[in-house]
Design a protein around this ligand. Sequence first.
Ligand code: ZN
Length: 505
Amino acid sequence: MHSTTAHIEKLKAILYEIDALYTAASILTWDQETYMPAGGEEARARQLGTLERLAHDRFTGSEIGALIDSLAASENGLPPGSMDAALVTYVDREYRRLRQVPADRMAALVEHGAATYPVWARARERNDFQVVAPHLEKTLDLSRELAGYFSGFDHIADPLIDFEDPGMRVAEIRRIFADLRRELVPLVAEIAQRPQPDDRFLHRGYPIAEQEAFGLDIARMIGFDPQRNRQDLTLHPFMTRFSAGDVRITTRFLEHNFSEGFFSTLHETGHALYEMGIDQGLDGLPIAQGTSAGFHESQSRLWENLVGRGRDFWEFAYPLARERFPDPLGQVPVEEFYRAINIVRPSLIRTDADEVTYNLHVMIRFDLELQLLEGSLAVRDLPEAWRARYLADLGVAPEGDADGVLQDAHWFADWIGGAFQGYTLGNIISAQIYEGVLDEIPDLPGQIRTGEFQALREWLRSRIHRYGRIYSPAELLERVTGGGLDSEPLMRYLRRKYGELYGLG
Ligand code: ZN
């Protein structure tokens, strides 16, 4: 027993060191994507590569290996189901996984991602994919190399997806996506036959300072805490955790688009609430993070959509919005506003897409990612493949690359593979969770109508957030919903909401 305690303490001491390295890297990345002047690019990529190499070396070194071996033995004395036992299980699995990748190759991948991000930003500004294409060629090579270190998978993307959504595989995702698509495509077509509301007022002038203030007002009401959070501007919004007491979000505002800035603030706040809700005792350990990309998205999308795009929510928030934006909104009744923010219309930008067409954007990216990794699509043909898929699936195609293949930062800051399926898994999970929440808090709509979010936040914290990575995504889903992934609650929700909005039979 004594040696178990000593070993677990020793393990944690090493994990805290590794956490310091990864946190330093996260701060450098956050800085790169918010404030860093262009002159810092080259050094920043090198610094991030170095931190990755040090952290990777430490995590896959023989010291952790020996501790894990002794702690993972059945007679280790760790109480089953305890946090320490969960930590050992998690570190054991990650140790075995990451040991397969040489530290200098992982560092090369991270360094290349950090070097690519600013080039992507310039390419996007110039609306020209060719500016970043050579970088993306190398990203694809490195991504395939990374996948190649792992064996026992059916598809080249499987090990890469497993990093983001542990346990998920291409075959299963394809099946889930095909089921969902079969339901979504006719719904989109049905809605397209119906008259559209007028949403032009959402694209009039919304002063950016006021947008920022309004977004933060609402974020505070749902749980954003200025003592533990801050918000900064970036090109592509994200959330990042440095510790339990310092979780940051970023956003972007467009003067002529109310929805983009506001809903991305709500979205990132949902991510932040997840990280802030993780048991503080786990802080500094690798299990102190959301359990998967899909679960993380379930939290951001729940606040953004199931709450934030609902009629109940705007009954409370609309008077506040009107105070901030008397000119565009003063004459617009709340019902008209509600219909406008929920307009279903095939569009080019994923982050600004409505709830019905959103998953079609994700499926395009997922399929293109697989084709790149499989070698059936060349990087140089990507913009054209993108346009063709948008035309086929959504009936619209971008004129330039900025609204097309360059719109998302993912492939240009990280590796290719596993970056997108989590968005749709998140939408599916969010609807499954919300059905359970409504069963247990029947008065929730009434609470939301008065701007009261504590019961919902607390429900999510106690059932999901607090556990961090103690449970795998599948275990957590089973605990929360009593079952596995099921897209039926999402479709029920979409059919009910948009059936009413568009008067569908
Ligand atoms: Zn998100």
